[in-house]
Design a binder for this molecule. Structure first.
Ligand SMILES: *[C@@H]1O[C@H](CO)[C@@H](O)[C@H](O)[C@H]1NC(C)=O
Ligand SMILES: *[C@@H]1O[C@H](CO)[C@@H](O)[C@H](O)[C@H]1NC(C)=O
Length: 297
């Protein structure tokens, strides 16, 4: 009730206020209004997904629960893995996906489609990264698996880390474990521009409203400022290599494979070119370009 009262009084106040300013509006007041419009106090869409929907400002924000379309089916109803008695993912993968190399797609699709799909999913979901502490499970390997058990020793498995979750959930059947989305669920360019102000600031040149580019003007730059991109140990050298060899984009997973990285680059260049064009159109001359802003979605 109190909030309704506040709402009504603010509507009345706004009406009075508008009536006052329209009354004797001078040129300076007009300018003032224009400024007020330009620098409105309405919350702006943020990198972390807040305020895209002003009626539901937290919708799609990072660290929201993943949406469930069906009830959870944990084996204990709370948090334990289901399907321990079902065939292992490796077995299913061998059954369904194994085939001769070099066969073309029946629908003439190329690998581009798969990697574009990865970009789109990375843009809206990041939920399979392990939580802390790490919960390790095993994916069973059949004896004599051609890749994981070529010497037929048996008892082999692939380690599997369970996804991170909201620590306030998973304590009782009334409150089963809920996984979190660590990026915005909006298609707002978070794959390219990240979900945090600090991260995107590391990518900015703070000159002419542009992002950092290398000596020849190319994007993206290497991660010399050591932004926390995922940098898993490299299997063939058995250790972690320098994070500075990675390319810096908004998504920590962007260096995972060359195809994914290749997608990030044109998107980044396109976004930047589009932004430059918009600045020129808005401001006319380049020296006036804002030094901090980057494109909003
Ligand atoms: C795929 O490409 C081949 C050769 O160009 C063509 O004969 C075939 O009709 C195409 N298939 C589909 C589903 O478009
Ligand atoms: C910013 O714009 C000025 C004038 O166009 C130019 O001389 C300068 O090199 C630009 N700086 C960057 C980082 O692009």
């Amino acid at each position: 009730m109190a909030s309704v009262n506040i709402l009504i009084s603010s509507v009345i106040l706004t009406v009075i206020f508008v009536a006052t300013i329209t009354d004797g509006e001078t040129t300076s007041k007009k300018k003032e209004n224009k400024d007020r419009k330009q620098f409105s106090f309405t919350e702006k869409q943020r990198y972390d997904g807040w305020f895209n929907n002003l009626a539901h400002p937290n919708w799609g924000a990072i660290d929201s629960h993943m949406t469930r379309k069906t009830p959870p089916a944990y084996s204990d109803g709370v948090y334990m893995l289901a399907g321990q008695d079902r065939p292992s993912p490796r077995k299913l993968s061998q059954l369904f996906m194994k085939g001769d190399d070099g066969q073309r797609s029946a629908k003439n699709r190329s690998a581009l489609l798969a990697f574009f799909g990865q970009v789109v999913s990375s843009e809206v979901v990041m939920a399979s990264e392990s939580g802390c502490p790490i919960e390790v499970h095993r994916i069973e390997i059949e004896k004599c698996d051609e890749m994981y058990d070529p010497e037929c020793q048996g008892g082999k498995s692939i380690p599997f880390h369970r996804a991170g979750y909201d620590r306030k959930t998973g304590q009782s059947p009334n409150n089963p474990r809920e996984q979190l989305n660590r990026v915005t669920s909006w298609i707002d360019g978070s794959f390219i521009y990240s979900t945090s102000e600090a991260w995107i600031n590391a990518m900015r040149s703070f000159e002419n409203g542009t992002l950092l580019s290398d000596a020849s003007g190319k994007l993206p730059v290497k991660n010399t400022m050591r932004v926390p991109l995922f940098n898993n140990p490299v299997p063939n050298v058995l250790r972690t290599l320098s994070p500075e060899r990675l390319f810096l984009l908004g998504d920590p997973r962007s260096n995972q494979n060359p195809a994914l990285l290749s997608f990030g680059n044109p998107l980044l260049s396109h976004g930047t070119t589009w932004w430059r064009a918009r600045c020129v159109r808005k401001k006319g001359t380049t020296p006036d370009w804002p030094t901090r802003a980057v494109p909003e979605s």
